[in-house]
Write a protein that binds this ligand. Structure first.
Ligand code: SF4
Length: 369
């Protein structure tokens, strides 16, 4: 049975309204959260309205850093992704250059990569300080049969290489058996985003459903893999829907939550949208930190486009994980930049060799569940 998740989280007025212009009230919230009080959806929604450059926004960022330090310390994880099968996807996700119907041309389409390319990419990710390499395929998902065999073979090669943790992001799983085989092949973490609020999902994809994604998340959990699941901000959703999405993420409690910002690629249906303003993106990250105090939050794709020279401020907004290197079809930021920026915010990369002491999602637990 699919989990029942919150859908109309903002239907009731807040019992005690939060004033998003009051720095003291925001600072008090941080202390409450550190003491175990959960931020309500209504409080989170109010915080999305803090004014850019205001004392209240400064208090919000300070609150996000306080909560991160309290629950997660000063460690920063990073990971990389590799597109093992690029382009010609059957799905119609409106934000994606690889989708069916997209006329975006700025990347190379490939079939499933040879094992040697995957092993080389793992070595390079490890040299760049990444703890994990996620194999990502542009297709609907994995079915039993030769496709599952091919996938498992590649995961085994990546796991044998040993330099980085073998993660995968292979779309919708057709059955529990697929999830179990992928876990047995050595995949430690399966990435499968919610993408956006349930109420907005049909506006961004119609070839599969939000519930199909939830079903796959259930298979991932039952197979014992860590769950990496977040979404994309700036796809035309309302601020209410951003908080609805955050409530739904809180409900599934992933081990890692990658937050992407829409990079509006020409040739995609969302290519006409303007990138989110930098302050709105940073405020959203900080509010998510207060909503998910114990979850690892990764600044993932689109941050270069949305934040520009302010990209280092993702650390100011309370994130504790970073995606390094290039994304699926667009370029990312060099790992050296992140090392230096993290140090300026008093954060350090999780040292090499500690991988075996934790599950590796940055969650700091022995096992993710
Ligand atoms: S996001 Fe994934 S499933 Fe959707 S179109 Fe792009 S590659 Fe296909």
């Amino acid at each position: 049975m699919l989990p029942v998740m919150p859908t109309t989280v903002l239907s009731a007025p807040p019992a005690a309204a939060l004033d998003p212009t009051d720095p003291q009230a925001i600072a008090a919230l941080a202390s409450d959260i550190c003491a175990g009080v959960e931020l309500s959806a209504a409080q989170a929604r109010a915080l999305l309205d803090v004014a850019p450059g205001s004392a209240a926004q400064e208090a919000l960022f300070a609150a996000a850093q306080k909560v991160r330090a309290h629950f997660l310390g000063h460690r920063l994880s990073c990971c990389s992704i590799l597109n093992v099968k690029a382009g010609n996807c059957s799905e119609n996700c409106t934000y994606c250059a690889q989708a069916s119907g997209s006329s975006a041309t700025g990347y190379d389409k490939t079939g499933w990569l040879p094992d040697a390319d995957i092993v080389n990419a793992a070595s390079s990710a490890s040299a760049n300080g990444a703890k994990a390499l996620g194999l990502v395929a542009a297709w609907k998902g994995v079915k039993e049969g030769t496709q599952l065999d091919m996938v498992c073979n590649a995961i085994e090669k990546l796991a044998e290489q040993g330099g980085v943790r073998a993660d995968v992001n292979l779309g919708i799983l057709a059955s529990q058996h697929c999830a179990d085989r992928i876990a047995q092949a050595g995949a430690k973490v399966y990435g499968h985003n919610l993408e956006t609020a349930r109420s907005h999902f049909d506006n961004v994809c119609t070839t599969h459903s939000f519930d199909e994604r939830l079903k796959t998340i259930g298979y991932i959990r039952k197979a014992g893999m860590g769950l990496c699941s977040g979404g994309i901000i700036g796809m035309g959703e309302t601020k209410d829907q951003r908080i609805e999405f955050a409530e739904q993420v809180r409900f599934i409690a992933p081990d890692m939550v990658p937050i992407n910002f829409l990079n509006p690629v020409p040739g995609t249906p969302l290519g006409h949208l303007a990138p989110l303003p930098a302050d709105e993106a940073l405020t959203t990250l900080a509010v998510f930190r207060l909503m998910w105090p114990t979850l690892s939050i990764m600044a993932a794709g689109g941050k270069e486009v949305v934040l520009g020279e302010r990209i280092h401020e993702v650390f100011r907004a309370g994130i504790n994980a970073i995606m390094v290197g290039n994304y699926l079809t667009t370029l990312g930021t060099a790992p050296d930049y992140w090392r230096d920026a993290a140090a300026r915010y008093g954060l350090e990369l999780v040292p090499e060799g500690e991988e075996s002491a934790e599950h590796g999602c940055g969650c700091g637990k022995k096992s993710c569940s």
